[in-house]
Ligand binder design. Structure first.
Ligand code: RRO
Length: 307
């Protein structure tokens, strides 16, 4: 079965990969993804300097559910650029962000000037930095940032979005994104600021227990966001589907909604990189049963119930 896909001019042997933040902070973890059946990887969102992140416990997960308030722990942009510049493969993703507009521009300028030849993902949706709202929920700020970024950044770029919950918001965000030559949009990040309780106590230390929710519970929201943007974005902007993928059926549904590539977060954290093998096998089997040879033959072909 052929699970290959492309984003902009980049080709991938299979459409499955990790979600940023999972199994990708350190070289050893990235090596593990390189040696797995994933078609690519994305690095942990990098800031200008190394960050330790929030105090522990800051991540709790099961196979199909998670809550996190990591607080953007990462090794700093130089660490990821050093790693990526030495790789022979170019079809990989570098995730970046910053705690201020200026920091975002500083990090992206470094990427622009580097020898990195892959795809850059600008994370506009980190839900866990104390005192910092998610950029992509402020539409004016999002446009201001993209205007400035495109004044100097010439490499293939995409954005990581938080979930939206209103059709008017899908319209507004798509209208902004369609004004830029984005290579891709990645939807969704975790659903921000949920709360888990055990023994009458929150399970995470930071932010009095509030954290981003991942796993099966967010699949419906993820599918809706993938499809809403598939319906609204210019066809030159590829969609990466993230959220609630545990099985081949989940990956199939993301592609049916319009995703060109799908990312696994919570389930990868629980199972490790072997997960790509069985999700790939399950996806292949579903496609074979339905008579689809490639993901292009059903991508975006979601059916509606007509009168
Ligand atoms: O590090 C985090 O707390 C984090 C980030 Br940057 C993000 O984009 N999404 C998330 O769930 N956690």
């Amino acid at each position: 079965m052929n699970l290959s896909t492309e984003i902009a001019d980049y080709k991938f042997e299979t459409c499955l990969m990790n979600a940023a933040g999972v199994h990708c902070q350190f070289r050893e973890e990235l090596d593990g993804l390189l040696n797995s059946k994933a078609g690519s990887f994305v690095t942990k969102t990098a800031t200008s300097q190394e960050r330790k992140g929030n105090p522990e416990p800051r991540f709790v997960s099961h196979l199909d559910a998670s809550i996190n308030s990591m607080g953007l722990p990462n090794q700093g942009i130089d660490y990821y650029l050093d790693y990526l510049e030495l790789l022979e493969r170019k079809n990989v993703f570098l995730s970046v962000s910053g705690l201020s507009k200026e920091e975002i521009f500083e990090v992206l300028l470094k990427v622009e000037k580097s020898n990195f030849k892959g795809l850059t993902e600008l994370n506009l949706s980190c839900p866990n930095v104390v005192g910092k709202p998610q950029t992509a929920y402020d539409f004016e700020l999002m446009r201001e940032i993209l205007d400035r970024v495109y004044s100097f950044f010439t490499k293939p770029l995409g954005v990581k979005l938080p979930p939206y919950f209103d059709l008017v918001h899908f319209d507004k965000v798509a209208m902004i994104l369609n004004d830029y030559p984005l290579a891709f949009v990645n939807t969704i990040n975790s659903i921000g600021n949920g709360l888990w309780i055990k023994d009458e106590t929150v399970v995470l230390k930071p932010k009095q227990g509030f954290g981003g929710i991942g796993g099966s519970a967010i699949k419906a929201t993820a599918l809706a966001n993938v499809h809403a943007f598939y319906q609204r974005l210019n066809s030159s902007i590829a969609i990466i589907g993230t959220g609630g993928i545990v099985t081949g059926q989940d990956a199939f549904e993301h592609i049916l909604c319009g995703a060109s590539m799908v990312q696994i977060g919570t389930a990868l954290a629980y199972e490790g990189p072997e997960i790509f093998e069985w999700v790939g096998q399950e996806l292949s089997q579903i496609m074979a049963e339905k008579g689809y040879d490639t993901i292009h033959s059903f991508r975006g072909q979601l059916k509606y119930i007509e009168e």
